[in-house]
Write a protein that binds this ligand. Structure first.
Ligand code: SAM
Length: 215
């Protein structure tokens, strides 16, 4: 498949910010209690289900957090620099370069998928492709957790990020109902949709979705 046009900007931008991103992003143990509880709930749901892919894993901190919770987690990211950093920080875990628009993972191979603060970089017209990949690679009964910023159809074009590095990626903040509907259309059963209102340092709404692939 031809690579979707947005990926080159995402790759180049995250390669550029990777080291500063890794330094600045919170350790999962420092997240707010609700976010930590959702990750713990996801770990409980997938622990006995087989391999779990952390898609858009960045520097691998959340992958390692899941692994520490007893999950057979591995990471995939489109940014080679992020994957280098993840491998260096967590040499015991597996990290590979790849895109969630076309995963190098077999049909039904996964017990779970985590997509943590990553799908907002996918233009809405490509989300059906990404969610079809989630459905294809999950085993029947396999679980998805998707979390990230949501909004009222906001299209953001930041010019600099994470310490002033020029970036060219874009972000699309969709309403939670639209995300849930797209997951449903991909054949996934959405069991949980939660919205956290902006609080403290978090200036945007955060949506968290749990879903599974039916047997
Ligand atoms: C904001 S960071 C989040 C990283 C990590 N999940 C975390 O929570 O720290 C977004 C990451 O998603 C990755 N990404 C964006 N689109 C992707 C895609 N289509 N396939 C794989 N990775 C992608 C970026 O390269 C970047 O590392």
């Amino acid at each position: 498949m031809t690579e979707p046009p947005h990926l080159s900007a995402v790759r180049a931008s995250y390669d550029a910010v990777a080291a500063d991103y890794a330094r600045r992003v919170k350790e999962p143990a420092e997240l707010d209690p609700v976010s930590r509880a959702m990750l713990a709930a996801f770990a409980d749901l997938v622990r006995d289900r087989g391999p779990v892919a952390d898609l858009g894993c960045g520097p691998g901190k959340v992958t390692a957090h899941l692994a520490a919770l007893g999950v057979r987690a591995f990471g995939v990211d489109v940014s080679p620099r992020m994957i280098e950093l993840a491998r260096a920080a967590y040499p015991e875990l597996r990290f590979t370069v790849g895109s969630m628009t076309a995963l190098d993972i077999g049909d039904g191979d996964l017990g779970g998928i985590l997509a943590y603060y990553t799908t907002h970089h996918t233009p809405p017209q490509w989300l059906p492709t990404v969610f079809a990949e989630f459905h294809r690679t999950l085993a029947p009964g396999g679980r998805l957790m998707l979390a990230g910023h949501v909004g009222e159809d906001e299209h953001l074009r930041p010019t600099h990020a994470y310490g002033g590095h020029p970036v060219s990626y874009e972000s699309y903040l969709l309403p939670p109902d639209r995300i849930a509907d797209l997951l449903h259309r991909a054949g996934l059963v959405v069991t949980t949709r939660m919205v956290q209102e902006p609080e403290g340092e978090t200036k945007r709404q955060v949506g968290t979705f749990l879903a599974y692939k039916p047997e």
